[in-house]
Write a protein of this length. Structure first.
Ligand SMILES: NC(=O)CC[C@H](N)C(=O)O
Length: 447
């Protein structure tokens, strides 16, 4: 057994807990889907390091159906941009079933890209390129999300095509309002094909993880779409991904998600993980009964709800003290006591963490005294936080306070307000304490 089997155990535990649920039935309005094994139940999770975990029937192939919608929406956004796509399809929850005949009054646009009407439009928006017809682009793009080449289940495609009059009717209706850019029959044919693309739960979890990872597939490391596109898709999944059950899902599970009538379900923990389940019996909204139950339990058990703040308080600033308190402060520096403050930060600094650091600067050291900002244990500073730290240090020093920065990795860059900056000039063997004490001494010496 490996240590990471503990993660697999959590998935297996969920499978065991909900495998006995007998409610729901596989979809049968697409005859081929009614043949699915109602007992098949797979779960998969992919981390931001690309580690994959699974339990049960996670390698059993099934068709994407509506789980294709967010990924084709991502492709349309990448190809045309948000403004152009929004001319054709909205981003409001419809509060209606996935196949509802509903178009926005006034604009005639489908409410969003997660219901059939909107998905037919999004699919139609994907332009052919000189070397790739639109459907091949869709297939290849979804393959990049999954990290492997995908194919179409021709039997499911033919089955849906033979019975898909409601979707055809929808497409004609949309065409009549002027919001379908291509021929309705072609649009629906392409849409049925995209719904019949074959995946496994592991593929779906990887696709979800790619959205979680800002558009980069964490397994292959390939950038599939931009971070902005991934964020936009997650926003629409959060508000519309579960159709008329979207509000309740966001309330109880708290993760952007998308269900499909073949029994696939994905949920995304932004910057944390992608998770997927496969179990064909469906509830009244056309979502997987066991998948729904398992993801709700998983979210509660592991505290995954987006609106629960995952940042642990105090995890950014590790030390707010006077230099004299440093464990290895050289002897004979009692003179520094109460004269120089030290703020030590650690980890990755983003907007939230930068606020903690700036607040700590104000709190540290004696009233009006100098402060050393120690970034030795900081691993990264994003561009927003860098701007905030520069601005904060400028304000800090504008009132006559003095600051020095220990920044051996040169993460902060030159700071106008701070003359004393220890960057690459630091001797290679210098310890963190040497560096901080050195800066503190320098600051005290100027008093
Ligand atoms: N909710 C779904 O998965 C619906 C997809 C299916 N292909 C349809 O259009 O009816």
């Amino acid at each position: 057994m490996s240590a990471a089997d503990a993660v697999t155990d959590s998935l297996a535990g969920l499978r065991e807990r909900f495998a006995a649920v007998r409610e729901g039935r596989p979809a049968d309005y697409i005859p081929q889907l009614a043949l699915a094994d109602p007992d098949a139940f797979g779960l998969a999770l992919v981390s931001m390091d690309g580690h994959r975990y699974s339990a049960g029937e996670a390698e059993v192939p099934f068709t994407l159906q509506s789980v294709s919608k967010p990924f084709v929406y991502a492709l349309a956004l990448s190809a045309l941009g948000l403004d152009e796509v929004s001319r054709w399809v909205g981003a409001e929850p419809s509060g209606e079933a996935f196949n509802a005949i509903s178009l926005e009054p006034g604009t005639g646009r489908p409410a969003n890209a997660m219901v059939n009407a909107g998905a037919i439009v999004t699919t139609a928006l994907v332009p052919d390129t000189p070397d790739e017809p639109a459907f091949d682009r869709i297939l290849h793009c979804l393959g990049r999300f999954a990290g492997r080449g995908l194919d179409v289940d021709e039997e499911v495609f033919a089955s849906e095509s033979a019975t898909g009059d409601r979707n055809r009717a929808l497409a004609y209706l949309i065409r009549s309002t002027g919001t379908l850019p291509v021929d309705p029959v072609r649009a629906v044919d392409r849409y049925f094909r995209q719904c019949a693309i074959r995946v496994t739960a592991v593929d779906l979890a990887t696709m979800a993880a790619t959205l979680a990872y800002g558009g980069v597939n964490p397994v292959t490391r390939e950038r599939v779409v931009s971070a902005e596109v991934a964020a936009g898709v997650l926003a629409v999944m959060a508000t519309c991904g579960m159709y008329d059950g979207s509000g309740d899902w966001l309330l109880r599970v708290g993760l952007p998600a998308k269900s499909g009538v073949s029994g696939g379900l994905i949920a995304v923990g932004p910057a944390r993980f992608g998770v997927a389940t496969y179990s064909p019996p469906l509830d009244a909204t056309g979502g997987s009964v066991r998948g729904h139950a398992a993801l709700e339990a998983m979210s509660r058990r592991y505290g995954l709800h987006l609106m629960l703040n995952p940042a642990l308080p105090g995890s950014t600033v590790t030390l707010v003290t006077t230099a004299d308190d440093l464990p290895s402060a050289p002897s004979g520096e009692r003179g520094l006591r109460g004269r120089v403050g030290v703020v030590a930060a650690q980890g990755a600094i983003d907007f939230t963490a930068a606020e903690r650091v700036l607040y700590a600067l104000d709190e540290s050291g004696p009233d009006g005294g100098p402060v050393v900002l120690d970034l030795h244990d900081v691993t990264a500073i994003d561009s927003v936080a860098r701007g905030m730290l520069h601005n904060g240090l400028a304000r800090f020093t504008a009132d006559g306070r003095r600051a020095a920065v220990v920044d051996p990795k040169d993460l902060l860059g030159p700071v106008d307000a701070v003359r004393e900056r220890t960057g690459r000039d630091l001797p290679r063997h210098a310890t963190r304490e040497d560096a901080v004490a050195g800066r503190a001494r320098a600051l005290a010496g100027e008093d």
